[in-house]
Ligand binder design. Sequence first.
Ligand code: NAD
Ligand code: IPM
Ligand code: MN
Length: 353
Amino acid sequence: MKKWDIAVIPGDGIGIEVTPEAIRVLDTIADIHGGISFQYKEYPWSCQYYLEHGVMMPEDGLQQLEQSDAVFLGAVGDPKLVPDHVSLWGLLVNIRRGFEQVINVRPAKQMSGIDSPLVDPKGFDFTVVRENSEGEYSEVGGRIHSGEDETVIQSAIFTRRGVTRTMDYAFELAKTRRGHVTSATKSNGLVHSMPFWDEVFQDISKNYNSIETQSIHIDALSAYLVSKPHAFDVIVASNLFGDILTDIGAAIMGSIGIAPAANINLNGKYPSMFEPVHGSAPDIVGKGIANPIGQIWTAKMMLDHLGEQEMGTLLLDSIEEVIEKGIKTPDIGGTSSTTEVTDHILNTLTLRA
Ligand code: NAD
Ligand code: IPM
Ligand code: MN
């Protein structure tokens, strides 16, 4: 029996509602498989924890998580209690960086049974490979003047190592898909970082002769994701551009409540972390209507990462079947509750197994 140790951080808001749902799913998967089990260790790190301890996670927090096979996180943020940059950098970004989770993989595809806001989504299916450790997300900068000249500088940092490994990941992924990589750039407006980004993209494309490439400015690319998302296969983007593109990807799927994500540690030194694209959704917390599919699909990405692809495929097929039957939370046009959707996924899993 293979036992997977999973560190679970439900976090804040609907993170606390959807994480247990995904755990019910993982336990059912383990029963169906028969040869694997999950052992969970839950950590209460959150904005509530911050109010009690003055920190989002303890000083030795990363050490506590380090021995696990994966980290499974809900969502972080409760801006009424703690400023977002404090809570997110204190927990989510801290783990991404501390565990060198340098790549963020975020698939988006048309789901039958969910009305996309697009009139004709044409079966779009793309994955954004987002640089996850540097770029526009940087602590370099600060307030340099006060008074009338009040000025703030926020620097972006791009290293050849960081950009190269992100692009390599995107090209390798494209080899397993439709063989096309689009680079999100903005070298017409940003005079240092993006020309460098383009240069690395050019260099790396030379190593992948079988892959078709194109480079599109982020403003135009954002528009294309709305007007012709089916034209894209793998998109490689900087930290901030990837963040924004993946909310667009979620929106054209029909809801941010269904979009999954994986923060990947490439060198095997530390665990990877799995958390959906959405946040803590304070506007719907406590109503029992949070869509659990983002978190459950994220569990599928964790299964794939752990080498349990067959179970991952079974899970995504079951999610799709439940959506097609119309068992949906209100964000995607249904009337079902969070737990009802999960219950149907559990039944479908069992019937399909
Ligand atoms: P959000 O994703 O929490 O919510 C945006 C909108 O999507 C809201 O209307 C919300 O109700 C809806 N939504 C999100 N998830 C849903 C779900 N599962 N089912 C149904 N509807 C859902 O983004 P926001 O409002 O910008 O941020 C709220 C908080 O979450 C902030 O503190 C923010 O910093 C944080 N945040 C955290 C993460 C993370 O932990 N990974 C990601 C994004 C935002
Ligand atoms: C995400 C979130 C985070 C990010 C925030 C909350 C720091 O929006 O995971 O998409 O920008 O990476
Ligand atoms: Mn985001």
